[in-house]
Design a protein around this ligand. Structure first.
Ligand SMILES: [Zn+2]
Length: 494
């Protein structure tokens, strides 16, 4: 679909080329840019590309990237100019510099600016973490969710105030913590909380809330700023935006909370939040049987197939087609796009899908399956189930890439169906197959396209002989594997 699109990334007068493939993610692009231009900082630059007169189309996440690839594939665009723009908020930073200058007067130097910048950043706007200072307030304060809530509050409080602590005692029924600087600087900050047996709540029983260590200065980085805080703060965001990427969350923490968190902590935090919202991934697999029962009861006529490994009783693959889709397809043209794509959850696997087109040229999903890989055996299993869905009354045209497993499985299960290859894929394959200068490759792809679109047999043969004459055995070899009826207008039978 989108392999081999090149991104021409430019920043500060130089350009670097990044080759993408099916698995290139937004993070990969960011990493590429960061590796090429060392002066850039994560979260401090934006990416834009231009298309059809729009000069600043923003790339912010995987979805944007996918859209760009999609447009590229639709219009046959094989390279995009990506503009890297430093978004470091100059006004804010200048303002901070002013402040820091006036604060430290003559002693102003680089080291202090760093410290003051982060300090100043925090002062400039009200950050979402500002309310965390009230999480640990006074003796008698109650934490309804017991020890979990108390620990969480203590963690956030220490991040916001800017100190670290040690647990002297850390049990489900009681917790005592003291400032980490107790030994070294004699700081007496301490909190002690206990569970009340009658109601299960946690109450602060003792609190010395004064730091004499001088270490209580909020910074953008904090050891306690881990995945638990990410999880608790982002659960609600995740509910509305389930596919939010770790990079986005990380950037949000930087701008809204003024905090730097490592990528791994953000990733883990999102996983935890997801688990608390939707249950564990592994549980979801366990619930499949229940889902099938319920979905069959409420959607009679649907086809669900769950395949489980007999020896280990582990999930193997799952096929689903809802009755509404099965019935709807009877009124669509007998044409199905089949393709596989990677799943990104912790358990990976692949999604196979058959999609039709409705009367409004919209996509009409007919069936999908989750399998471990795009193997011949899995495609065969998929088509066998699909045959149950579509029946054999209509002769169907399948459109796909030239995945080998798919190709042979399709011809076995649907021996009478027409199979068309996606022209865009073929063009990319051809370009990869011929060796030579770019202009030669372009010429070959151009002639190939002419053949594909040729309206009469005569025209086709004419263009084909051009193609073969110029491309010689390189093209011949490529065409051996592509029967004419699979890609040319003239010979296609469907
Ligand atoms: Zn202290």
């Amino acid at each position: 679909m989108d392999d081999n699109i090149c991104l021409m990334c430019s920043f500060g007068g130089s350009t670097c080329v990044m080759r993408t493939d099916l698995y290139t993610s937004f993070v990969d692009v960011q990493r590429f840019v960061l590796a090429k231009w060392r002066s850039l900082r994560l979260g401090r630059f934006d990416l834009f590309y231009s298309l059809f007169g729009h000069t600043k189309i923003m790339l912010e996440n995987d979805e944007d990237l996918k859209n760009m690839f999609c447009i590229g594939s639709r219009y046959g665009i094989l390279q995009f100019d990506i503009e890297v723009v430093n978004n470091c908020d100059m006004d804010l930073d200048n303002h901070c510099m002013e402040n820091s200058r006036s604060l430290v007067g003559q002693e102003f130097d680089g080291r202090e600016t760093d410290l003051l910048l982060s300090y100043c950043f925090h002062k400039e706007k009200t950050l979402l973490s500002a309310s965390w200072v009230n999480l640990i307030k006074k003796v008698g304060q109650c934490f309804k969710d017991g020890v979990v809530e108390f620990r969480e509050s203590l963690r956030k409080y220490s991040v916001e105030i800017g100190f670290d602590y040690d647990y002297v005692r850390n049990e489900p029924g009681r917790v005592t913590a003291e400032c980490k600087m107790k030994e070294r600087r004699g700081c007496m900050w301490q909190v002690h909380a206990r569970m009340e047996r009658s109601n299960g709540c946690f109450y602060i029983r003792e609190l010395n809330n004064v730091h004499t260590c001088g270490a209580a200065l909020r910074t953008t980085k904090h050891k306690r700023m881990g995945s638990n805080i990410v999880s608790s703060e982002f659960v609600e965001v995740l509910r509305g935006k389930p596919l939010i990427s770790p990079i986005e969350v990380r950037r949000d923490f930087k701008t809204k909370y003024g905090l730097d968190i490592s990528y791994s902590n953000v990733w883990m935090g999102i996983e935890k939040a997801r688990t608390s919202l939707y249950g564990d991934n592994s549980e979801s697999f366990e619930q499949l049987r229940w889902f099938i029962e319920e979905a069959t009861r409420t959607n009679p006529g649907s086809i669900f197939v769950l395949d489980v490994d007999e020896d280990s009783n582990q999930f193997k693959r799952f096929f689903a087609s809802f009755s509404a889709c099965i019935n709807g397809f009877k009124y669509c043209r007998p044409m199905l796009f089949v393709d596989g794509t990677f799943l990104k959850s912790r358990y990976k696997g692949q999604l196979l899908a058959a999609t039709a087109k409705d009367g409004n040229q919209g996509l009409f999903p007919l069936a999908f399956a989750v399998v471990d890989s795009e193997s011949k055996e899995n495609w065969r299993w998929f088509f066998k189930n699909l045959l149950e869905v579509v029946g054999d009354e209509r002769q169907i045209t399948f459109i796909s890439d030239r995945n080998n497993g798919l190709k042979s499985a399709l011809s076995k299960v649907f021996p009478n169906a027409y199979h068309a290859y996606c022209l865009h894929h073929l063009k990319i394959n051809l370009r990869d197959n011929v060796r030579g200068h770019k202009s030669f490759k372009d010429r070959m792809v151009f002639l190939f396209r002419e053949c594909a679109y040729a309206p009469t047999e005569y025209k086709f043969q004419e263009k084909l002989s051009d193609l073969l004459e110029e491309g010689k055995e390189q093209v011949e070899y490529f065409l051996n594997d592509c029967p004419f009826q699979c890609w040319s207008n003239v010979y296609f039978e469907g």
